[in-house]
Design a protein around this ligand. Structure first.
Ligand code: MSP
Length: 508
């Protein structure tokens, strides 16, 4: 039995403004958190997000603006918070890596690992890419330089601290093999496993000399060094929810063997999460929760290509929300592409989803039903038991779906053992919505009214209202405002038609 659910997003780099990728992971996490709160109760779900505020890129971005790094990160972190507010993100905690609670935890981790010789000092030479803040080996660099960004690399030689990885490699392979849900989706798990089996891990350089980088967490036992931003960043998942006691044991309500822990990440940062992170935990003797999942989702592309500032095709979530509305944007992100795969972004596809699925299917069903309650029953929803009535075939089908409860759809697609298939969950809910629309066409309630079959009409409308209320409950994790609005409209003493939930959008 699951008691508690702890879900995280990556902490986002504040070197630039939030874009669609950030809003994607966060909206998915928010939807899962809301769904789990429905199941387990608010107090048993913890949803963490935050900002990653150290590193060279950030130091440089602040310099370019001629402001201090502190002022820069305050400003940028605030931008993320404001976006989350606008996107109805219901996080429980927002961690910033410049906060004292995080810094002291990272420093404690460094000391503990150093004392256990999991961290050691060594001379290191390698090809360094400054924009990516990454060292590459001779065999990794390409004719242009950095294998990741294609920019020139430089040979750097310096003394640094390293985290032992090799020593934990066998353990990690076995761990992943014994925990089929540790990395999802399956094809990503296979990638991680085969990478681990085919390559010996090189130890991870986790420090930077202060001359090269000031904007980082000082290493307590090495005054000339700060920690590498990735090492610092991963630790947010424990620094935010717990602490090390005097016996050096990590203590947290949200980090127990029976907690379900879900880290949602993009596919580009899977390796750090599936390899470095469990190794850091293992080196610290922190037990991994039995049900821990790192889920790597795909990327949003523009015309099949990566979005980037230099291409000038970055999608700004705030603009999308202003133009299409929060719930349309949230729905689109989670419906258009199966979680885990890449998707193509275009405004036309948002408009199509809005007009077809939201305005036509859902909006119309709600509007038609409200209209019928108003027109045939003076705005009072008929209080009859749908179980007492024998419907025709589609009506019986709807009745039996309601009897089983539509929530089962969410359990199947978003539950603990699922693949977080938001898109299929919505698709299945929409099947029911469309079944109801079809049923209205079939029954032709206006004929029932003309023939004065008030009893039939009452049962018919009651069935639709119950279905709509269950649908509203199911979509609430995805589209909280829409769900509230529907429930609100049907809770009035006298129900009125009102204005459409999703006015149709025209293409620009
Ligand atoms: N700071 C690190 C994460 C540290 S977590 C301990 C980081 N930050 S990031 O801001 O660069 O990226 C955050 C997330 O945005 C990643 O999960 C990444 O996959 C996601 N995306 C960035 N661009 C994206 C798209 N175009 N589409 C979907 N998600 C993408 O990495």
């Amino acid at each position: 039995m699951v008691n508690r659910y702890y879900i995280t997003t990556p902490i986002y780099y504040v070197n630039a403004s939030p874009h669609i990728g950030h809003s994607y992971t966060t909206t998915a996490a928010d939807t899962l958190a809301r769904f789990m709160r429905q199941r387990l109760g608010r107090e048993n779900v913890w949803f963490l997000t935050g900002t990653d505020e150290h590193g060279q890129k950030i130091q440089r971005a602040a310099q370019e603006l001629g402001i201090s790094a502190e002022d820069f990160v305050d400003r940028m972190s605030q931008e993320f918070r404001q976006l989350w507010e606008r996107l109805s993100i219901s996080y429980n905690d927002f961690i910033r890596t410049t906060e004292p609670r995080h810094i002291s935890c990272v420093q404690r981790v460094l000391e503990l690992l150093h004392a256990k010789s999991e961290i050691y000092l060594a001379q290191y030479s390698g090809w360094y890419c400054t924009p990516c803040e990454t060292f590459w080996t001779e065999s990794q660099i390409t004719s242009q330089g950095c294998p990741e960004c294609g920019r020139p690399v430089e040979m750097i030689s310096e003394t640094n601290y390293f985290l032992r990885l090799k020593e934990h490699q066998k353990w990690l392979i076995e761990y992943i093999e014994n925990h089929p849900d540790f990395v999802k989706p399956d094809f990503r798990r296979n990638e991680v496993l085969s990478f681990l089996k085919m390559n010996e891990l090189s130890d991870l350089c986790i420090s930077r000399p202060k001359e090269r980088l000031e904007w980082g967490i000082p290493i307590p036992f090495a005054s000339g060094h700060v920690t590498y931003v990735w090492f610092d960043a991963l630790i947010n998942y424990i620094s935010a929810v717990g602490f090390f006691d005097k016996n050096n044991r990590y203590v947290s309500n949200w980090w127990q063997s029976d907690t379900v822990l879900v880290h949602l990440v993009g596919k580009d940062i899977l390796r750090q999460h599936a390899i470095y992170w469990p190794i850091i935990l293992h080196a610290l003797d922190i037990e991994l929760p039995e049900k821990m999942t790192i889920f790597a989702h795909g990327w949003w592309l523009m015309h099949q290509a990566k979005m980037s500032k230099s291409r000038g095709n970055v999608v700004a979530p705030l603009e999308m929300v202003e133009r299409f509305g929060v719930d349309t944007y949230r729905y689109f992100l989670l419906r258009d592409v199966p979680f885990g795969l890449d998707g193509n972004f275009s405004e036309d596809s948002i408009i199509k989803r809005h007009n077809d699925d939201l305005a036509n299917d859902l909006g119309n069903l709600v509007q038609r039903t409200l209209t019928m309650v108003e027109k045939y029953f003076g705005g009072v929803i008929p209080s009859v038991e749908i179980g007492n009535f024998k419907y025709d075939s589609n009506g019986e089908l709807i009745k039996s779906k309601l009897g089983e409860s539509l929530k089962g759809i969410l359990d199947r697609h978003l539950g603990f053992d699922s693949d977080f298939n938001f898109s299929s969950a919505l698709q299945d809910i929409w099947e029911v919505i469309n079944l109801a629309n079809k049923y209205i066409e079939e029954v032709k309630p206006w004929n029932l009214a003309r023939e004065n079959k008030i009893k039939e009409l009452g049962f018919f409308i009651r069935l639709l209202v119950e279905l709509i209320l269950q649908v509203a409950d199911c979509i609430s994790p995805f589209m909280p405002a829409t769900s509230d609005c529907i429930i609100q409209q049907f809770s009035q003493a006298t129900v009125k038609k009102g204005s459409p939930l999703f006015p149709r959008l025209e293409r620009r």
